[in-house]
Ligand binder design. Structure first.
Ligand code: FMN
Length: 394
């Protein structure tokens, strides 16, 4: 075997952070490091997973118009989000139980996001408490709220987020029930995580992950300690449906939250102009167009394909964000070109975390930043904030 072949083989098997040149690399490394049930929990979606593919397709269909021989020597990829500068126009979407990917979980993510100048939106279902996460970051943090059944718990989460310095509150509205995650059902993925006969063999093959699990914090919804204790539900979805979800919630509840929260309020999970209008009428300052990364339903279109209809409906009254399917910097520029203040994503940072902890997340964010910067130069534009629909081929 020639040296170059051996080098190629070794490069292929590299699992360190320096092997991450794309979000896809982080995904593949995390596939090698995580038990199948955990990798599938992150990667998978609802039902036939058509919405995951639709998110990618809708971004792929957008084509950008480059212009050349303009001076692009002074580039600036930052965005203004609710009046303040964000160095990276990518928001780390709320994604629960990050301790399942790495024992440092959200603590690692918060530190990496802070260093990258990106906003991290912490999930209600985080593996560390919102206070613990805030204590390790000087960066911009948002808090995502599920409108779960216990009013006292919901109100106390809002107050805790305010007291801990979270800047914005993001209310996720697309979980009246948890989507049917077929991979989780097949794998016996549960909360608390249990090694069962059908996932034992594969899980034992990942001793490093197991060691992390044994030495790390309990994998649970840390913010709800004492309220949502683990049990023997056969899937995370079933557990959440039974213990937490409240199907009686309406836009009136958002108005009550508006009264309780004085900072920027966003609604996440909007997929129609009508719901965007309801959100803004109820007092939202921002709308996140999202199908939950295809994790709730399979029957909806890709977010980028319906995004402009939402911007048209509320863009003059609220900031609008695109969430789902972002895998490269060019996707962030595309989001901007169709009217987004910035783009958001969950799996990219989650895979980075699984692949290399804090450094893994940092590497993914730096790859996205470099992609955005290069794409700007190739488009003949110096400022991310100047990207408009004029950069679209219609
Ligand atoms: C493992 C995982 C857990 C998630 N947990 C939450 C959550 O707790 N709250 C929420 O609003 N969205 C949650 N999401 C959805 C993300 O916020 C985001 O909408 C989605 O990941 C976007 O798609 P992308 O992964 O293609 O970027 C989760 C996503 C993943 C992958």
């Amino acid at each position: 075997m020639k040296f170059s072949q051996i080098a190629k083989m070794l490069a292929k098997n590299r699992t360190g952070v320096d092997a991450i040149n794309t979000v896809g690399d982080a995904r593949e490394i995390s596939r090698r490091k995580l038990p199948k049930m955990v990798w599938d929990f992150i990667d998978g979606g609802a039902d036939g997973e058509l919405a995951i593919a639709a998110n990618r397709r809708s971004l792929n269909e957008i084509k950008l118009r480059p212009k050349f021989l303009t001076d692009v020597s002074n580039r600036d990829i930052s965005a203004k989000i609710f009046g303040q500068k964000a160095d990276l126009p990518f928001i780390l979407s709320p994604s629960g139980m990050a301790t399942i990917a790495h024992p440092q979980g959200e603590l690692a993510v918060a530190k990496a996001a802070d260093r990258a100048g990106a906003i991290f939106c912490v999930s209600t279902a985080s593996g560390y408490t919102l206070e613990e996460i805030a204590s390790v970051s000087n960066g911009r943090l948002w808090f995502q709220l599920y409108l779960w059944g216990n009013e006292e718990v919901v109100n106390s989460l809002i107050d805790r987020a305010g007291n801990s310095g979270y800047e914005a509150l993001v209310v996720t509205v697309d979980v009246p029930v948890v989507g049917k995650r077929e991979r989780d059902l097949a794998n016996g993925m549960s909360l608390p995580v249990r090694i069962r006969p059908k996932n034992a063999l594969n899980t034992l093959r990942k001793p490093k992950w197991l060691l992390g699990l044994l030495n790390g914090p309990d994998i649970t919804f840390a913010n709800l300690a004492g309220f949502a204790a683990g049990d023997d539900a056969s899937s995370i979805g079933e557990y959440t449906d039974r213990e937490l979800v409240d199907q009686t919630r309406t836009w009136d509840d958002l108005e009550l939250i508006r009264k309780r929260w004085s900072g920027p309020l966003l609604v996440k999970g909007v997929m129609t102009p009508e719901d965007a209008i309801s959100a803004v009428d109820a007092g939202a300052d921002g709308v996140i167009v999202s199908n939950h990364g295809g994790r709730q339903m399979s029957f909806v279109p890709g977010v980028a394909s319906i995004f402009e209809s939402v911007v048209h409906a509320v863009g003059h009254r609220a900031e609008v964000f695109l969430d789902g399917g972002i895998r490269r910097g060019e996707d962030i520029i595309k989001a901007r070109a169709i009217g987004a203040t910035a783009a958001c994503g969950g799996r990219p940072w989650y895979w980075g975390l699984a692949a290399g902890g804090e450094q893994g997340v940092e590497k993914v964010l730096s790859v996205l930043a470099a992609d955005v910067d290069r794409t700007l130069a190739l488009l003949g534009e110096e400022k991310f904030s100047n990207v408009t629909e004029h950069y679209l081929y219609r």
